[in-house]
Design a protein around this ligand. Structure first.
Ligand SMILES: Cc1cc2nc3c(=O)[nH]c(=O)nc-3n(C[C@H](O)[C@H](O)[C@H](O)COP(=O)(O)OP(=O)(O)OC[C@H]3O[C@@H](n4cnc5c(N)ncnc54)[C@H](O)[C@@H]3O)c2cc1C
Length: 395
């Protein structure tokens, strides 16, 4: 392939995942290659990153996801160590109110199993019975609940856009180049990618390509002839004003799957379809208030009776990049095309996973192995080997 321009690493997609990979790689003393991040929409208006609920938790059902989010919390709590530029540190306004997973009798066993696993990994989490829930959260309707799991530390929410800008600023300060453009093709020579084609006709010769294209990840993988089981699935966020304050409420997940958390003086709520409910692939962002009336509001009013009288302020939609096989990320090299790296399929938890994934792929590129968290169980080859890691706690 003839190409005048060359880069050591081209990252396709410059939102939270792409910019985290770029930052951690550029920060390594043992890497001095050229990193180019190609982003089709520098406003990030439709990226999952800016449309997300921007929350982080340790309450996962798989140990690796706990470890991954733990590093996410470390970064968010110590941005001065990771994202300072000329002494200035981004402010992401972390609200550490915890998550509260609620369960009826049907969900009690899963709640207890997750609790045991989390406690075994020193996650600060408390299992509350109905009476304890009522005492601690008097605004909750508890009659039909068996219990709840409350995160006591290292869980909450933050400003996703501020974190994104913090990563980008740090990356630029370390020499990462941002290119506005759309990747439309990947040139392959046998088992290697050799070039990245842009919509403006440009071609960049490469050593490594990182797929950080979020909900469009399967499109980018297809450019290399790879089928990636990641699909864009629409998720709504409803911004509501309530006549009462719930105080420092946690992000509360009802057994129906509907979640609620404070957002300033108001609240946001949403849900993911349950197994068997329609969940079509789509890249559109049209909003649907009907689901608020039929699913979200009834669940909220049941769980928080004071929310019977709330006002819908605003609705927006974004895309989960759903790994349709096991609702977990796909991270690392393609088993055949070894210089194509994936960071996809986060299925609703990619924002909090960005720091660990960014650091992990930086390690892989610089040294050929993971030095901190071993991300191999989330590798692409688990698909072929049928070694799925099913995450039960998908919100
Ligand atoms: C409603 C909602 C709530 C969520 N809540 C949470 C939460 O509470 N906590 C959490 O951790 N996660 C949450 N998520 C998930 C999280 O937002 C995503 O997993 C994460 O932002 C994925 O980041 P990304 O950089 O991979 O994708 P994106 O943010 O979508 O970025 C991908 C980028 O790639 C660019 N791109 C795509 N194709 C190309 C191409 N061919 N050429 C150039 N550029 C390209 C796009 O323009 C885009 O900017 C939520 C998501 C949604 C939608």
């Amino acid at each position: 392939m003839n190409s005048e321009e060359r880069a050591d690493v081209v990252i396709v997609g410059g939102a939270i995942i792409g910019s985290a990979v770029a930052t951690f790689l550029a920060d390594r003393p043992d890497f001095d290659g050229r990193i180019v991040v190609v982003e089709r929409d520098p406003t990030f208006r439709t990226s999952s990153t800016t449309l997300s609920a921007a929350s982080i938790r340790l309450q996962f059902s798989t140990p690796l996801n706990i470890e991954i989010s733990r590093f996410g919390v470390e970064v968010i709590k110590h941005l001065e160590r990771f994202l300072a530029v000329d002494g200035s540190v981004p402010d992401v306004d972390f609200v550490e109110n915890g998550y509260l997973f609620l369960a009826t009798d049907a969900g009690r066993t899963t709640l207890e199993r997750n609790h045991a696993l989390q406690r075994g990994l020193d996650v600060e989490v408390a299992l509350l019975d109905r009476a304890e829930l009522r005492a601690r959260f008097p605004w909750l309707h508890t009659d039909d609940l068996a219990g709840g799991s409350l995160g006591l530390a290292d869980e909450g929410w933050f400003d996703a856009y501020a974190l994104l800008q913090g990563f980008r600023r740090r990356a630029r300060s370390l020499g990462v180049e941002e290119r506005i453009g759309e990747v439309v093709g990947l040139d392959r020579d046998g088992d290697r990618l050799v070039g990245v084609r842009l919509a403006d006709g440009g071609v960049i010769g490469v050593e490594w390509v990182v797929n950080a294209a979020g909900p469009r990840a399967a499109e980018v993988a297809a450019m290399a002839g790879v089928e990636l089981p990641v699909r864009p699935r629409k998720r709504h966020v409803y911004h509501v004003e309530a006549p009462v304050s719930l105080g420092a409420a946690p992000l509360t997940i009802d057994p129906t799957g509907v979640y609620l958390r404070p957002e300033g003086a108001a609240y946001i709520a949403g849900f993911s379809p349950r197994d068997g409910d329609p969940d079509p692939d789509t890249l559109d962002l049209d909003t649907d208030r009907a689901a608020f009336e039929s699913i979200v509001w009834p669940a909220l009013a049941h769980r928080v009776p004071a929310f019977d009288h709330l006002r819908l302020l605003d609705t927006w939609a974004g895309h989960y990049e759903v790994n349709t096989l096991d609702a977990n990320a796909i991270i690392g090299p393609h088993p055949v095309i070894g210089n194509l790296l994936f960071a996809n399929g986060f299925s609703g938890h990619g924002l909090q996973q960005a720091p660990a994934v960014g650091r992990g792929l930086a390690e892989w590129i610089a040294t050929g192995r993971y030095e901190t968290i071993d991300l191999r169980p989330l590798g692409f080859d688990r698909i072929a080997r049928g070694k799925l890691i099913r995450e039960l706690n998908v919100v």
